[in-house]
Design a protein around this ligand. Structure first.
Ligand SMILES: Nc1ncnc2c1ncn2[C@@H]1O[C@H](COP(=O)(O)OP(=O)(O)OP(=O)(O)O)[C@@H](O)[C@H]1O
Length: 342
């Protein structure tokens, strides 16, 4: 439904995006995730026909965004970072105005406007002036104007920025309810937004795509990702050796801690991607007479993946988007973690 190939945009001498390639299948919600200045808005604006690319191509529903920009605009809904609303219009009048701009036949306009009002929970605000609405309701009007002509593709740029937690939940639920019948690209720098709403995520950093996958696969792909942390009582060296033999276990190592009694130890187990050897580990320890005082699953979060991909130097030049290798975490990660976590 949406395909982007080798797209680049250079402002003067500043490359905003370079060789960006990704696609979105019908009915999918894809998160376009990146830190500030990564090139998200630039990509969205090219996709919606508001900005010409320097090179590369983008198609929506088979139409080239540059060559067939009118056909593209009729087939997409766009919510820019700041929704283009007319404050002196009522919600309903504004949506009628948008249907006219989008070329919806006059006879279809009442039903389209009603459907958008209903979908965005705006029925009771239909006759209210937009300037009198709270930020959350204005954002809903922004989404309503993006969907009122029932476009197959919807592009949302930072749709929850500036909203309070309740409004964020409402807007995310609204976006999720659009999936299936619409194809959606949602740009954001907020990680939970992606985990909660998107089927897939494309991570962009400094104008380049550094990863594309499902949130789950991205988490699983992080080296040292999934596994367990165990607090055991008994011979920890023997336990370590036996756990290492369990099928699906990649690494077992002791974690130094002073917070447990002397006859106990804490072990970190890293499992092979997609394998959960937890039951076998427990059975092994029980058969050895070793006490299991605590066992918890450990998992790399999307946040870990994001931070690795966007804050660390690449070891190899031109590393492939799906299999880039990165150096170990640095102290700046912790700082950035605070910045990207709402
Ligand atoms: N009109 C412009 N002229 C020159 N440089 C620009 C222009 N617009 C964007 N840039 C630069 O292009 C890069 C990408 O900007 P863009 O706005 O696309 O990023 P973004 O990921 O949307 O960031 P944010 O989340 O902060 O909005 C940045 O370095 C930005 O400074």
């Amino acid at each position: 439904m949406i395909s982007v190939e080798h797209l680049s945009k250079i402002y003067g001498s500043t490359p905003a995006i370079q060789d960006v390639t990704f696609s979105v299948e019908p009915g999918e919600i894809v998160g376009f995730l990146g830190p500030n200045g990564a090139g998200k808005t630039t990509t969205m604006r090219i996709l919606t026909g508001y900005l010409p690319a320097t090179s590369g191509s983008a198609k929506i529903a088979g139409y080239d965004v540059h060559e067939n920009s009118l056909a593209v605009r009729q087939r997409i809904g766009y919510l820019p970072e700041t929704p283009p609303l007319y404050p002196e219009m009522t919600v309903e009048a504004f949506l009628y105005f948008v249907t006219r701009l989008k070329g919806v036949p006059a006879g279809d306009r009442p039903s389209k406007v009603d459907a958008a009002l209903k979908r965005c929970n705006l029925l009771e605000k239909r006759r209210v002036l937009i300037r009198k609405l709270s930020k959350g309701f204005r954002q809903r009007v922004g989404i309503a104007q993006a969907i009122v002509h029932d476009p197959p593709a919807i592009i949302l740029d930072e749709p929850t920025v500036g909203l309070d937690p309740r409004q964020i939940i409402d807007v995310r639920n609204l976006i999720k309810s659009l999936a299936g019948t619409h194809t959606i690209i949602l740009s954001t720098h907020i990680l939970p937004e992606v985990s909660m709403t998107c089927n897939r995520v494309t991570i962009i950093n400094q104008g380049k795509v550094v990863a594309t996958n499902t949130p789950d696969n991205l988490e699983a792909s992080l080296a040292g990702g999934s596994g367990y942390e165990l607090e055991i009582e008994g011979n920890s060296t023997a336990a370590q050796q036996q756990i290492q033999r369990v099928s699906g276990v990649r690494v077992v190592e002791p974690i130094a801690t002073t917070e447990i009694p002397a006859n106990r130890a804490v072990l970190r187990v890293v499992s092979e991607p997609g394998i959960e050897p937890g039951k076998e580990i427990i059975a092994t320890l029980v058969s050895m007479g070793i006490g299991v005082c605590e066992m918890r699953r450990t998992r790399a979060s999307l946040e870990d993946v994001f931070l690795r991909l966007t804050t660390q130097e690449k070891l190899e030049d031109g590393a492939n988007a799906q299999s880039a290798h990165f150096v170990n975490a640095t102290a700046t990660e912790e700082k950035q973690k605070e910045e990207v976590t709402p």
